[in-house]
Design a protein. Sequence first.
Length: 373
Amino acid sequence: MSSLFNAPVSQVYSWEPSNTWIAARHGVDPASILRFDLNTSTTTPAHLAEVLARTSWDPPIHESPDSLYGELAEAAAGYVGADRYEILVGAGMDDVLDIVAKTFLPPGGRAIVPIPTYSMYGVLTSQRNATIDAVPRRPAAEGFALDVDAIVDRLPGADVVWLCTPNNPTASAESPAAIRRILDAAAALGARGPLVVVDEAYHEFTGDTFVGERAAYPNLVVTRTMSKAFALAGARVGYAIACRPTIERLERNRPPGSVTTISAALAAHALREPAYALETAASIPAERDRFGAALTAAGWATYPSVTNFILARIGTPEVAEAATLALLRKGIVARTFGPAHPLRGHLRFTVRSRADNERLVAAATAFTEEAGR
Ligand code: PMP
């Protein structure tokens, strides 16, 4: 078996290489690798083991899942305070976003993408043969805020607006007033107005939400994931919340069985007992702010974050590349931004345990001291 069997292949969207590949390429012990690139939880919730054991027989694994995912949809509805028929479930939020694109973004259509933001919006738009209408955000000094005037100007004739709050990868929250202005302007265009997606993947870290606006704005779809605060990224479960007619349109493009029985049971259990996820989320800010300050002191200036990850300015794209390599040689994986990305020269880091974060800070300090010599 080749040790490179997980080598990155050319594809439109992927994340950083696997531990196996990094270990082989950089000569590090795979067990020592720390992933700062995925924005996922760093521990597996222990109490879910019991659910895993039970799901091998109830419902039986040899049966297909309930194609309506009643238990999961009800658990999600209970968690967000919506009706079960205002929920669409999918195999991770990426699957949900794909269903949204299939439903509302026709070939030749146009989607507004405030950049930088989550890369999948552009990927899904291209996959639909629709046009990416990239609207740059305000500069870092203005908190990467949405350029609301520019977005509102471009709403007529657009099919979808992809919004993300808190925004990945800037780690900043969008202003609720800005999102409401976009929703109002889109609603004012009537049936010809675009669908507005509000991606709340990192909702649990702030508590802010637009779920309560779904009745007022039939063109609003809020999306959530079990991958972040709920620590179930490997289970692949996400869901959307919208008014019932909008969910009914989305349901027509939903595959009947994309979420496994095991994942559906795990996610339903987690949503019914969300305390651990909310406690984990609540524990993040203290360590995040300490970690951010330490990175800044080490010479990698960090931006304010309201999430479980931090964006840092490293320097020129070449310096950021050298830093990435220096970290990889120490078994530390950062989220990188390619030469065409508006955040080239930056790296993004997940907030991990204090000890893990200290390993990164030490590596950053060694790198900047070496560079300054
Ligand atoms: N939206 C955002 C903003 C994300 O950061 C991510 C995960 N990287 C997703 C959606 C996709 O989440 P999932 O794992 O549920 O597909």
